[in-house]
Write a protein that binds this ligand. Structure first.
Ligand SMILES: CC(=O)N[C@H]1[C@@H](OP(=O)(O)OP(=O)(O)OC[C@H]2O[C@@H](n3ccc(=O)[nH]c3=O)[C@H](O)[C@@H]2O)O[C@H](CO)[C@@H](O)[C@@H]1O
Ligand SMILES: C=C(OP(=O)(O)O)C(=O)O
Length: 421
């Protein structure tokens, strides 16, 4: 088990570079098996989710070569293997092997995915999509067995009950090689969906409308990667560093940003009074002055991302007065960080899934646990702000999605060490 040890209270300064988006990467890696030719992904983040996905590819005899930030995936010798348990449980995005295997082989046997403990996360909309394409879906012994009809999947019109990121991506992967046209209505509009569509279209797929709520896919026979694909920057990692910079920064420039992907988040941080200069693909966050308390309500893109509600919370604690309110409409139970922040002296509580935040001039170091990735990011920021030593157990959850985090924070002057315990 990993532990993160932080000696807080040091102002941070300098430059930080954002890695490729976790939530794109974890879809693009499974989607690579749809290609008949080797795939090259660039700007791949160094995160545990990538290591686990590479292990899953190895189980299928798919060769991976990960050097610096370039990942080469060669599915030449791929064999259709069941992926019942083990690494499947280590991350949420292993569910993308359902759509990818179904699209490539017409059959997928995949264990129920793992991922963050943030309340119930059903996959009924993914299943509904596979069934609409003609597949039979059975649930046996904690695994899902999905089988296309003998004459293959056929396009269909699928209306999602809610704009699910995972269901949208999974249906795209299953339908790119289906016969005829698929239309996904009420599709998710997150930038990572556009990234997946760009990747697949460059391999010969015909996907139109990604980034809107209606996506149309014309099935094609085969996909072949021809050119390297550069993954978009991670907007959640970027938002986390904006929050860090505003909490304890003494002037921090954050590079490799697509500002538009952060619009709602930056609007909220600026409403608090944080001053940010933007350049072409970087942001400079000035040391924060007196900040105002605000209300945060999460929503689907382009709304305020659920994955940023915990990273902004330490910043709310620095406000001078008033009561802050955080409501997570996507995952109302995503409140596991609150008791941990209380151990650090934060004046914060939860009432009926509503987080109430009060100004806390000083946090103190404590032993806390990162129940999930963004709770971990929140505690990491709190630890950097706090007096004394903070020890975060279950820090592996932070490493699931934060690219080279120890190195990046040390470069800014932070005292952070990750150890195996
Ligand atoms: C790997 C990845 O990209 N993870 C992201 C993805 O997760 P994920 O794709 O799992 O999240 P979804 O967009 O599917 O979930 C959105 C909401 O829909 C519900 N739902 C979803 C599918 C379904 O079949 N039935 C159902 O009820 C979920 O419980 C949740 O309340 O989007 C989330 C919401 O932006 C982010 O927090 C995660 O970081
Ligand atoms: C919830 C998240 O991840 P996952 O869907 O991979 O569990 C997240 O990145 O905040």
């Amino acid at each position: 088990m990993k532990q993160m040890i932080i000696h807080g209270g040091k102002p941070l300064k300098g430059d930080v570079w954002i890695g490729g988006a976790k939530n794109s990467t974890v879809a693009l890696i499974p989607a690579s098996i749809l290609s008949r030719t080797p795939v090259t992904l660039e700007a791949v983040p160094r995160i545990a989710d990538v290591d686990n996905l590479m292990d899953l590819l190895t189980e299928m005899d798919v060769k991976c070569n990960f050097h610096e930030t370039t990942l080469e995936i060669n599915p030449d010798k791929i064999k259709m293997s069941p992926l019942p348990a083990g690494k499947i449980k280590s991350l949420r995005a292993s569910y993308y092997f359902m759509g990818a295997l179904l699209g490539r082989f017409g059959k997928a046997v995949v264990g129920f995915p793992g991922g963050d403990d943030i309340g119930p996360r059903p996959i009924d909309q993914h299943i509904k999509g596979f069934e609409a394409l003609g597949a039979t879906v059975k649930n046996e012994n904690d695994q899902i067995i999905i089988t296309a009809p003998a004459d293959g999947l056929h396009g269909a019109k699928i209306h999602l009950k809610m704009p699910s990121v995972g269901a949208t991506m999974n249906i795209i992967m299953a339908s790119v090689t289906a016969q005829g046209q698929t239309i996904i209505e009420n599709a998710a509009k997150e930038p990572e969906i556009i990234d997946l569509a760009t990747f697949l279209n460059n391999m010969g797929a015909t996907i139109r409308g990604a980034g809107t709520d209606s996506i149309r896919i014309e099935g094609v026979e085969q996909l072949k990667a021809q050119i390297p694909h550069t993954i978009i920057p991670d907007r959640i990692e970027a938002g986390t560093y904006v929050s860090l910079a505003a909490c304890i920064g003494n002037g921090i420039r954050i590079h490799n940003i697509i500002e538009e992907h952060l619009d709602s988040y930056l609007a909220k941080v600026e409403e608090m009074g944080v001053v940010i200069d933007s350049d072409e693909d970087s942001l400079y966050v000035y040391p924060a002055g007196d900040l105002k308390m605000v209300q945060v309500k999460t929503d689907v893109y382009p709304g305020f991302a659920t994955d940023l509600q915990q990273p902004i919370t330490p910043l709310l604690l620095t406000a001078k007065s008033g009561e802050g309110v955080v409501i997570d409409n996507i995952y109302p139970k995503r409140v596991g960080h609150i008791p941990e922040l209380q151990k650090m002296g934060a004046d914060i509580r939860v009432e009926d899934n509503i987080i109430l935040v009060h100004p806390t001039p000083k946090l103190r170091g404590a032993h806390v646990s990162a129940g999930e990735i963004r709770a971990g990011a929140c505690l990491m920021l709190a630890g950097l702000m706090a007096d004394g030593e903070t020890v975060i157990s279950n820090a592996g959850n932070i490493l699931r999605g934060y690219d080279r985090v120890q190195e990046k924070i040390r470069q800014l002057g932070g005292d952070v060490t990750v150890i195996d315990k």
